[in-house]
Design a protein around this ligand. Structure first.
Ligand SMILES: N[C@@H](CCC(=O)N[C@@H](CS)C(=O)NCC(=O)O)C(=O)O
Length: 201
């Protein structure tokens, strides 16, 4: 297997954090998306959507979409479980992961790209960035409310894929110096998660 990756991007980070938590090692190939390497014919043959991460399998075929890749690897390496042990636990973890991704990670990415012109063709727009910032309140407050009981991880006592996505979202905010004031419990969770070895993956 081979993983097409870029260090600063949040979707590849979500996957790297997952791999580090599971202790899975996969050789990486860097694709510099700030220089447009995702738009070359060679990369588009691996992912016609032009996004990272991509997992290349041993037969040369490719998997795209970070969550699909994580779920595939989780089926290959079920222990320790990072999506839950029962159908109900898995449904709850998946719902949390979606809130962290669709609510927070994509929201932070919108603010980032409306603030910084790091990807080819993106134009910063301060008014748009301000609007996107407001959209973060709802998912941030929801996740903050869950963490208010002092639980160590988003879903409770065990690290799950929801933590990987949440960390990638908040780390991207830090990468972009976006100066978002996270609510207190979310900020506490982030500082705690940053001390885990997987945080530097
Ligand atoms: N939903 C996709 C998103 C893939 C994606 O957009 N990745 C970003 C990096 S975080 C990318 O490669 N962007 C390059 C571009 O938009 O040109 C996933 O979860 O894998």
């Amino acid at each position: 297997m081979k993983l097409y990756d870029f260090p600063l991007a949040p979707n590849p980070r979500k996957l790297r954090v997952y791999l580090a938590e599971k202790g899975i090692e996969i050789p990486k190939v860097m694709v510099n998306i700030t220089r447009g390497a995702q738009h070359t014919p060679g990369f588009l043959a691996k992912n016609p959507m032009g996004g990272l991460p991509v997992l290349e399998l041993d037969d040369g075929s490719c998997l795209r979409e970070s969550l699909a890749i994580i779920e595939y690897l989780e089926e290959l390496h079920p222990e320790p479980p990072m999506i839950g042990r029962t159908p109900l636990e898995r449904a709850r973890v998946r719902a949390l992961e979606r809130s962290a991704d669709v609510g927070l990670l994509m929201g932070v990415a919108r603010v980032f790209h409306a603030t910084h012109a790091v990807l080819p063709g993106r134009v910063p727009d301060a008014a748009l960035a301000a609007r996107f910032r407001k959209d973060l309140d709802k998912p941030a407050n929801y996740l903050d409310g869950l963490l208010a009981d002092g639980r160590p991880f988003a879903a409770g006592e065990h690290v799950t894929i929801a933590d990987c996505t949440l960390f990638a979202a908040m780390e991207f905010e830090r990468t972009g110096n976006l100066d978002i004031a996270w609510p207190a419990h979310l900020a506490r969770w982030y500082e705690c998660f940053r001390t885990r070895p997987s945080a530097s993956a």
